[in-house]
Design a protein around this ligand. Structure first.
Ligand SMILES: Cc1cc2nc3c(=O)[nH]c(=O)nc-3n(C[C@H](O)[C@H](O)[C@H](O)COP(=O)(O)OP(=O)(O)OC[C@H]3O[C@@H](n4cnc5c(N)ncnc54)[C@H](O)[C@@H]3O)c2cc1C
Length: 420
């Protein structure tokens, strides 16, 4: 779940900027100039926050509740940038105020830089939000937003003081933000945001129903992770292109990493059809905060939809006798064949006593539904913590129905298998 700590910090920064901007506005600025430069300043701060979040630093994962949540905030902040920038552009005075030295040219170079950045921002936003554009096509123009960030810095650093005073209190705040933003940008662009690269060899590639399990053997030290975390896989070899994120489905003490990969697009199909044992893989991670252990002792409902079973696979594989959680595990899939590792899950949980696996097959008319859970669970719905991983429509409808039943959002923990 998105943790509010990080969001509160963002809101606090924006409010601080607004307060400083109005309280210490240069005397020669009229209200319109102060108001519209404030909108531009907010746009820049949000853009800087978006840039900072791409550093993937551990501290931000803790503040926002995981890398996938950070990317959600990155997306919302990025979308808001374009809106604030547009309002700034529409409202900001286009002429020099009366009495100002006419040799001062308000149009060069600040205004063209501002207009170019706005146009590129809007195009970038269109590409970023257009789900029809494939991830690999989307990545390059998205990275080009780094250039737009530099244009925006150029825009306000060259603005005539009658419009923007760099050495006013709020101006200094923007300059500091720019310095931090540029450092963050280089950190990300130089690949320093990729957590330790751990080398593995592909030990086995196992074909499953519309999916593939790959088993990786560490070449040196094994990575340490918690069940529910994910990592980026970089398969070595020119034909494998960019890194893809997958949840680790093995237990932390296995000395092997297992990933269960559903065929969804070109890259995952290639895994199914062409990947062979013996090759090298770099694993970067772990990331994520989808962790059921932290609520030890609590009643829990786990709901997996299809390939959303992977974090729970790791959790069950890691579970030991004497576990204090009381877990109802609902495993929804299209049919029996696609319920990957169901036999293993059932046999592992049989003797544990604290977890029961409830498979549901939609070809038999059984779906993960809150009204059915309400009838079957022994305690009221509000007494459970919910951990849900599956397709977005399933997550959305379960969250909505649980909330209708009075379950607080803080008790519903979800893992989204997408960053965009
Ligand atoms: C945190 C997380 C955990 C995941 N765990 C699993 C798992 O355990 N098992 C599993 O089968 N799938 C998992 N996925 C989904 C998996 O990453 C995508 O299905 C896979 O990358 C699709 O690649 P493709 O090129 O075959 O498909 P495409 O059709 O190209 O992509 C399908 C969708 O996957 C996303 N995607 C594609 N490429 C990337 C990339 N390089 N980086 C980030 N997202 C990308 C995009 O949102 C895209 O819309 C996870 C995703 C995330 C974000």
């Amino acid at each position: 779940m998105l943790r509010l700590q990080g969001v509160n910090i963002i809101v606090g920064i924006i409010i601080l900027f607004m307060g400083l901007h109005f309280a210490f506005a240069p005397e020669h600025h009229d209200v319109r100039t102060t108001g519209t430069t404030m909108l531009g300043g907010i746009a820049f701060l949000l853009m800087t926050i978006s840039v900072i979040l791409t550093t993937r630093l551990n501290v931000f994962e803790s503040l926002f509740g995981g890398l996938d949540r950070m990317y959600q905030v990155h997306r919302v902040a990025g979308t808001s940038v374009a809106l604030f920038a547009l309002m700034h552009f529409i409202g900001v005075p286009k002429e020099l105020p009366a009495g100002v030295d006419p040799s001062l040219n308000p149009l060069a170079p600040s205004a063209p830089l501002g207009m170019a950045s706005l146009a590129l921002l809007v195009i970038g936003l269109f590409i970023a939000l257009n789900r029809k554009i494939s991830y690999s096509r989307w990545r390059l123009p998205h990275k080009a937003m780094a250039g737009v960030y530099m244009l925006v810095i150029g825009h306000f650093m060259t603005a005539p003081a009658v419009f923007f005073e760099r050495f006013s209190t709020s101006g200094i705040m923007l300059v500091i933000a720019a310095i931090i933003g540029v450092i963050a940008l280089f950190y990300t662009m130089l690949g320093m945001n990729k957590r330790t690269a751990t080398p593995f060899t592909i030990e086995a590639v196992n074909a499953l129903e519309r999916a593939t399990e790959i088993v990786l053997k560490p070449k040196g030290d094994m990575i340490t992770f918690n069940p529910g975390q994910f990592a980026f896989l970089e398969i070595q070899g020119k034909e494998w292109s960019e890194a893809h994120p997958f949840t680790i489905s093995s237990a932390p003490d296995e000395n092997r990493l297992r990933f269960t990969i559903k065929v969804l697009g070109d890259w995952t199909r290639k895994i199914r059809e062409e990947l062979k044992p013996g090759g090298d893989v770099i694993v970067r991670g772990p990331y994520g905060r989808f962790n059921t252990d932290k609520l030890n002792g609590k009643k829990q409902v786990w709901i997996a939809g299809g390939i959303g079973v992977t974090p729970f696979l790791s959790m069950v594989r890691a579970m030991k006798a004497g576990d204090e959680r009381d877990i109802q595990f609902v495993y929804a899939s299209r049919n029996r064949e696609e319920a990957l590792f169901l036999d293993e899950l059932q046999s592992r949980t049989k003797n544990l006593g604290n977890i029961s696996v409830n498979p549901l097959f939609s070809d038999q008319g059984a779906f993960a539904r809150v009204d059915v859970a309400k009838e079957k669970l022994s305690a009221p719905l509000t007494e459970y913590e919910y951990f849900i991983c599956g397709p977005k429509p399933m997550l959305d409808s379960l969250i909505r129905d649980l909330k209708k039943e009075g379950v607080p959002r803080a008790k519903i923990h979800t893992e989204a298998f997408e960053f965009r």
